[in-house]
Write a protein that binds this ligand. Sequence first.
Ligand code: DLZ
Length: 166
Amino acid sequence: MFAKGVTPSETQYDGSNLRILILHTRWNLPVVKALVDGAQRTLISEFNVKAEKIILKDVAGSYELPFAAQEYIKHSIPKFDAVICIGVLIKGSTMHFEYIAEATAHGIMRVGMETGTPCVFGVLTCLNDEQALERAGLGESPAKHNHGIDWARCAVELGVKKRQGW
Ligand code: DLZ
């Protein structure tokens, strides 16, 4: 039986010089808050990112994440080493979910590629509330896991690699 998920890097990254933007939605806020909290705690406790170098900004929904990320990256002095875009999309009875999920995923990818600032895709795309809770480390499932932790690890790795010139 293989262990599903990401294998931790063998490198211990030092995040003490990094400046990281956590950009999150206000849609589905209770779940989003748990993910933001997981990411923030991991940045500080696992990588020594300084609390004052973690900048929190919010937008209404996931669809706004790419544009807002691009603008914060463009206007920020000093620059961000990485951005974690966090949102929670929960499928409803119309096609809204599909359109927003696809646009958001492509948009976040594009912002990273075009600005050269690593942008982590921290958007849960869930078929129901239970999936969202489980992936934010909430609810009753024994398999629950806060994905904000993984996104923080990903952001630090990319931020450090970028600083080092890859
Ligand atoms: C409209 C909408 C819907 C139906 N569902 C969600 C959702 O589950 N999660 C989320 O982050 N945002 C949702 N939105 C809002 C859109 O992302 C966006 O804010 C609006 O369409 C305005 O551009």
